[in-house]
Design a protein around this ligand. Structure first.
Ligand SMILES: *Cc1c(COP(=O)(O)O)cnc(C)c1O
Length: 379
C-alpha cells in the first residue's frame, strides 16, 4: 500500500457492529463480561479501547512498523521510553531539542538516576566518545526544534547497532509523510501527534512506532501500568486528522518553500533556517533522508533585540502567536521566551536560540496572504 492510501486505510478494519465506515468513538471505560474473564478482548479502557487500537494500527502503518502505541501526549510517549531504563543507565541526546523533552530528562528522570549527555549529533565521533557500558539510548530529534538542524539517521543507526543501543527518533517535525526513521535504521519512532499527525490544533496526543516484539511488550505494559492513555474522542480526532496528512503536508512544504524564499531575499533578514535552502548546513542530508523539507522554519532578523522581535510578532495577523505547530493554520513563536524558556540562557544561546530568533509553523492558507502578512510586519 502506498503512503497516500495508508493515511486513509492503513491498519483499519470496517467496524463489525454496524459496518460504519468511520471508526466509532467507543466512549466507554469498561466492557461487560459473560463470566469472569470471558470477554471480546476488551476489559477496561486503560488497557484496551477499540478506537485506540484502530489509531495504534494506523500509527504502525504510517511508519512501516509492526507496532503503534498511543499516549495521552508526546511527552507521555517519551516518558514511557525512558521508563524502559534503570538507574545508572545513560542517554546521549541532541543538545538542540524540544524544551519539554529537556525538562522531562533533566528535572524528572535525572532524579531517578538516569544520566543524560547533551551533544550535537552532527559529528558521529562526538557521539561515540560519550558511549560507555551504561549507555542505552541515543535520542535524536530531526529536524530539530527550533533550529531546524538535520541529523543523519542512517549514520547514527550504524553506531547504535554496533554498540547495541536503542536509536530513538523524534519525528514530529517531519511527520511520516516526509521521513520514516525505521527505514533508515532507527529502533523507535516518536511523534507528538498533537502536531502534524492530528493536524488541526484540537488534540494533544503522543505516538510510538517500533518493530521489536520484546520492547513493544514492555511499552504496552508501561502504557497500561503508568496509565497515560489518550481518550477515545482524542483517538478519533487523530485518526480523522491522519486521513488528510499527505494532502496537508504537500501544501505545508510548498508554502514553507515560498515563505523561506521570501525571507531569504528580504534585506532585514539575517538568516533563514529551512532544510530546503541550499544555504542550510545539512541540506544534503535532508535531501537524502527526507522526501520534502517540511513546514517549519526559523529566522533571525538583523540587529533585532528581544523587544523589537516581540513587536514584530505582535504585528503579524495571519500567523497567530502561539505555542505548538503543525496545524492547518499558520503560527509564529518566540522560542527564547516560549518553548525554550525552561532551558538555561547559556545552554539555549549555545544552540542558537537567541532573542532575535522567530519560529514559524507555515500553515496551508493561501501563501500570498501569508507573505503579505510578513511583509507588513517588517514595515
Ligand atoms: C510538541 C513536541 C513534543 C511534546 O509533545 P506533546 O504532545 O506536546 O506532549 C515533543 N517533541 C517535539 C519535537 C514537539 O514539537
Amino acid at each position: 500500500m502506498k503512503f497516500n492510501t495508508k493515511t486513509i486505510h492503513g491498519g483499519q478494519k470496517i467496524d463489525p457492529a454496524f459496518n460504519s465506515v468511520m471508526q466509532p468513538i467507543y466512549q466507554t471505560s469498561t466492557y461487560a463480561q459473560k463470566r469472569p474473564g470471558v470477554n471480546k478482548g476488551f476489559e477496561y479502557s486503560r488497557t484496551h479501547n477499540p478506537t485506540r487500537t484502530a489509531l495504534q494500527n494506523s500509527f504502525a502503518s504510517l511508519e512501516n512498523a509492526k507496532y503503534g502505541v498511543a499516549f495521552s501526549s508526546g511527552l507521555a510517549a517519551i516518558d514511557a521510553i525512558i521508563k524502559l531504563l534503570s538507574p545508572g543507565d545513560e542517554v546521549i541526546s541532541t543538545n538542540d531539542l524540544y524544551g519539554g523533552t529537556f525538562r522531562l530528562f533533566t528535572k524528572v528522570f535525572e532524579k531517578y538516576g538516569v544520566k543524560f549527555h547533551f551533544t550535537s549529533l552532527h559529528n558521529v565521533s562526538d557521539v561515540e566518545s560519550l558511549i560507555n557500558e551504561n549507555t542505552k539510548v541515543i535520542w535524536a530529534e530531526t529536524p530539530t526544534n527550533p533550529m531546524i538542524n538535520i541529523f543523519d539517521i542512517e549514520a547514527l543507526s550504524i553506531i547504535s547497532k554496533a554498540k547495541n543501543l536503542l536509536l530513538v527518533v523524534d519525528n514530529t517535525f517531519a511527520s511520516p509523510y516526509l521521513q520514516n526513521p525505521i527505514n533508515l535504521g532507527a529502533d523507535i519512532v516518536m511523534h507528538s501527534a498533537t502536531k502534524y499527525l492530528a493536524g488541526h490544533s484540537d488534540v494533544v496526543l503522543g505516538a510510538l512506532m517500533l518493530n521489536d516484539d520484546k520492547i513493544a511488550e514492555k511499552l504496552y505494559f508501561i502504557q497500561n501500568a503508568s496509565g497515560a492513555v489518550p481518550g477515545p474522542q482524542d483517538c478519533f480526532l487523530t485518526l480523522r486528522g491522519i486521513k488528510t496528512l499527505h494532502v496537508r503536508m504537500q501544501r505545508h512544504c510548498e508554502n514553507a518553500h515560498k515563505v523561506a524564499n521570501f525571507l531569504n531575499n528580504h534585506e532585514m533578514v539575517e538568516k533563514v533556517y529551512w532544510p530546503g535552502l541550499d544555504s542550510h548546513k545539512n541540506h544534503d542530508v535532508a535531501k537524502k533522508q527526507m522526501s520534502g523539507f517540511g513546514g517549519m522554519l526559523s529566522f533571525r532578523i538583523k540587529d533585532f533585540n528581544k523587544k523589537q522581535t516581540i513587536k514584530f510578532l505582535e504585528k503579524l495577523h495571519l500567523f497567530t502567536l502561539a505555542e505548538s505547530l503543525g496545524g492547518v493554520e499558520s503560527l509564529c513563536g518566540h522560542p527564547a521566551t516560549m518553548t525554550h524558556a525552561s532551558i538555561p540562557v547559556e545552554e539555549r544561546e549555545k544552540s542558537g536560540v537567541t532573542d532575535s530568533l522567530i519560529r514559524l509553523s507555515v500553515g496551508i492558507e493561501d501563501v500570498d496572504d501569508l507573505i503579505e502578512d510578513l511583509k507588513n510586519a517588517f514595515l
